[in-house]
Design a protein around this ligand. Sequence first.
Ligand code: MCN
Length: 795
Amino acid sequence: MTTRQFGERVLRYEDNRLVRGEGRYTDDVARDGIDALSAAVLRSPHAHARITDIDVTEAIDVPGLVAIYTYDDLAGPLAAPLPLLIPHPSIIAGRTQYALAKDEVNYVGEAIAFIVAKDRYAAEDAADKIAVSYEFLPPVVGLEQARDGQLLVHDDAPGNVGAHFEQEVGDVESAIANAPHTLSFTHAIERSASMPLEGRAVHARWDDVDQSLRVYTSTQASTSVRAAIAAKLGLDLSQVEVIAPDVGGGFGVKIVHPWPEELLVPMAARMLGQPVKFTEDRREHFISAAHERGQIHDITVGFDDAGRLLGLDVRVWHDHGAYMPYGVIVPIITSTQLLGPYKPGAYRCVFDSLYTNTVIVTPYRGAGRPQAVYAMERTMDRIADALGLDRTTVRSRNFIQPDEFPYDHGLIFQDGRPLIYDSGDYPKSLAMLKDLVGWDDFAAQRRIAASEGRIVGLGIGCYVEGTGVGPYEGGHVQVETTGKVKVSTGLTSQGQGHQTSFAQIVADELGVPLEDVEVTTGDTRRFPYAVGTFASRAAVMSGNAVALAARAVRVKATRIAADAMEVDPNDLEIVDGLVRVKGSADQSIALQTIAVLSNPLRYAFDDATRAATQFAGPNDPDAPPVAAGEAPGLEGREYYSPIRSTFASGMHAAIVEIDPQTSEITILKYAVVHDCGRMINPMIVEGQIHGGVAQGIGGALYERMAYDEYGQLQNASFMDFLMPYASEIPHIDTAHLETPSPLNPLGIKGAGEAGVIPVSAVIASAIEDALGVRISAMPISPSELHHLRAAAAND
Ligand code: MCN
């Protein structure tokens, strides 16, 4: 009997190959027989300068050099700036960079020249010999300087404001003016970045006979990269194939499409008629990929004696670096998703998105939500402090209740649609979390710890997260004549376990064993139309699409089987890979046989399959015909488009210990309650959450981009940019609540970003609880905490 796979803790079958070192990443593609030329990029050493001259005279003599490209070599659409991917009415001055700097550079790391040589050594030697003359301009570094507006990044962005946005629900000013209690404070979060193990990499080959490009790239969105390459190189889509082979992590940074290198490598491959590849090094990743998180939030809140919100006024200052390829998606998410599980009374959010002479900002796992949750949850803690209430009491008094769904905040979401929560049970999540972390027993634990001279604190953070954003994703399911089921979907995997979870869905829909299902992602040859992997959308979007495609296959299989067995299709069921008359194991026909029957040519020519199908070929009068208008083959292709996003939610709590002497922060316990609707694979969901929490701990305690006043990144290596090791990550207790989404057939909500979202809020809450200090900026290091304690002691 085939067991049900949906909801099972199935081991990820893609991992076996990867942990054996048998993964095939973009940089490995060059080993396929033909040696690729190697590319290096000459990057700006200055944060802000005009380029007055580029002299390649000395570089062209470097042995092994093949070509040097600068802006002047870019032709047609490639000479125009890169696209602004998500336009938005709030954008006042939307600047994007050129594939190679035209006449100015706006951050250290901006690409100036693209050098192709027989190997990377020669390419870098030649890059060293290119002489660029600059006229220096003063850089704008950090939000304070950008806000000040004395110096400008771009002349056409006065005050460095790239975008300004306001949303208001109710009358915030009078709500706050009439509130019995008000508080005002500022919270800031510093810049950080995703650090996938595999950096960006591109490999391209031009086929002169077919006049076509094949591009391998380490991306989260191969179909979008394909569209960008075709548009920028003036090719038809049908002339470009983009394949994301194994991708060693993305975490958001690889959604950007296209990176300059994703255009320059194919351009060079086409011009030179030879394969070309580029693989960035870690320093390049720091200084020329993307960052996120840098925001300041000024908050004023009005509330009643019970701690209920009456009005919330939030002013956000967002640092989006030198350009805005993704528009204002990050601050829009902050401003619309800040409310989390709460009813705010009146709400106003105003943001300014500011240019600085630093690396561009694009969504990084969580995308604006860690900042939003940090601002909101710190507000909740302050209200609790002000009224002397338990922090969970204040939260629960403001929760949207289970009978209030669908809940409409009256806000417009980043996709231009109303922000409506579909389902959830926040009071139940909180009750589960309190049990899991031992909230009510903590006072006793604290007393025991104090008697031992130890300082401990308990923190909490709650969030709601829009997931599964549209517009669409597709799935293709085909039963092969071998009986194997091939599934493909266009979005790309970077380690999320899509192969296993999509196989689980299809195995159930077709009643076949899991091991017979093989899933391909991220290959435009297999599936040309797709959007990409971001915004925790794959499970909702492609999960439902492959389910719909499998259902289409089931309908077709049932029709063919009904014809072959001369029964009513309504009397048939699919069990264990057989289409059979309900309840009768004797009258059945294997899916594999149906796959053969669905292609009449095949059984006309092949004795073995004729024997298996018991028909003498398509001319056999008893053979089931292919229905008029029906395509041959046992396959289905379907697309899924959601009405709107579905809202996952969760609550985290942590117990921290602070070293009385050194102020070192140790996380003793971490607890998560998470609701992503129906889970396809709870083990994968937990893996996603645990990875996210680890990333969040990095953001809360260690990771920051340390720019100096000249716009030089001082910690652009793993020696200096601190990431937590396994030794810093505690055991994470996880419990699940499943409130199915009513918006999609499988009832799924996304899970891929959830873990990271509330961690800074939780850790700040726990440290404040331990020490009674106020934390207004994250991340926080032991030395910063030490100074805070000293300042508090002197007050
Ligand atoms: N899942 C499930 N049941 C659910 C929801 C999800 O079993 N109800 C499973 C899915 O089938 C999938 C995984 O959990 O295998 C994550 O699904 P989903 O929430 O749809 O997220 P995506 O697959 O769209 O992944 C994107 C998300 C984002 S936005 C970032 S950033 C991120 C992340 O996932 N980057 C990652 N997780 C990552 N994990 C790894 N290893 N590497 C990255 O780069």
